[in-house]
Design a binder for this molecule. Sequence first.
Ligand code: NAD
Length: 480
Amino acid sequence: MSTPAEKFTSRDTDPDISAIDSIFQAQQRTALEWRRSTAAERISRIKRLLALVQDNSERIYQAAYADFRKPETEVDISEIMPVVAEARKNIKKLKRWMKPMRVRPTATTLGTKAWVQHEPRGVSLIISPWNYPLNLSFMPLVSALGAGCPAIIKPSEMTPNMSALMRELIESAFDPSEVAVIEGDVRASQALLSLPFDHIFFTGSPAVGKIVMKAAAEHLTSVTLELGGKSPVIVDQTANVKRAAESIAWGKFCNNGQTCIAPDYLYVHESVHDEFVAAAAKQINTFYGDNPEASADYCRIVNERHHDRIHGLMQDAVNQGARLAHGGQSNDDERFIAPTLLTNVPKDARIMQEEIFGPLLPILTYRSLDDVLEHINANEKPLALYLFTKDKGTMQRVMSTTSAGSTGINTNMVQYLHGNLPFGGVNNSGIGNAHGHWGFKAFSHERSVVQDKFSMTKIFNPPYTDFVKKMVKLTVNHAA
Ligand code: NAD
């Protein structure tokens, strides 16, 4: 890196707008240099990031605990492991991904050589949410570095310990002209969003996703939007109920339900409903004991505002006739709500209208799969849709009649950890994909290149003689 190492600072809740501008300008110079960067250079940057994560795991555990009492093992599984895996995958595959992709000539372009070249999009902005703060900042950063893009990260103000740690770590290993972390709330986001970034990678709610996309439109900046919404689960009458209950209880209550692809609500076939509720309640006890408040493995709701919001959703559902089939206890001082199963939930209760993002699981029953599919299709396309069944026909039917960012069949959440799958939503749940090769592509522009060798296209030139007309007609008839 030949850009002079200038040092910039920004204050956490009071963003220094002029620092943002100078960092941005420095990154613009870096972006021009990094257009020429080799795979080895990009890999060395990813290795720097990987070492930061691996060498500082104790501090990462401490920050996650301080923010919302997240247990160490969940930090390992959901914060550290995905970043390490993403970095290693890039280190292994980057050379291959960067290779220009040759394509064959078509009838009209015979005599040319053509290929697709991946070029870095340029200066990138990564805005991340609080629920997996390290993962959702550093995974896209790996992709940005792999694609040859400098980046500014704007982590969430709601997990201040992790945001401060990420900033400290990044400042210890990268010059701000390469990678910078700007802490702060919506004002920092707004200051950043006013700049003509080459790409914005945003992870957060659909509501803020719309704000980001509007701001990006001002500069025609490309976007990847990793959003959220309500992710439904269907458990049919052929499902292995015990295994379904175990899988769903894990997916729903790890990170206290604060996961974008956590099961939001369930449709359970009426013939297995009671069996399912009993199995899920038993599973919750197995995971967190009779008193989940005392469990070291059950983290907390991130802040008071979200605690009150989730508590309000539970109260509203109960007031409208829902039954607390399990859990329901809470402690405001501790931002604790027990893992809770709700049955008899009316569809117009607020809990069925907004993304829950907390430890409440509404369980609806159904008799006809048609009704379930109709309800799912009447709502926004979900980030994830899960299906528990042994019936192949049901699998095919659900897959061919619905749309979702991703689907787990007889499992949930693990699609996120599968490094060979793209991760993203569709429309309201997101635009574009992340992870592995898809992450590399998100931060790359696919540039078409055609090189003339002995092409015949000049035979189409004017004047349009009878011969030219004949040749054009012939080509039109054989165009492919
Ligand atoms: P959020 O949209 O409130 O905030 C995300 C980021 O945007 C934060 O850094 C925040 O400071 C910033 N922000 C907030 N308001 C803004 C505004 N008006 N203008 C510009 N920036 C603004 O989301 P959150 O509460 O942090 O996270 C929860 C949401 O994120 C849920 O909807 C969840 O489903 C979604 N999510 C999606 C994924 C995914 O990969 N698809 C992953 C995690 C979370």
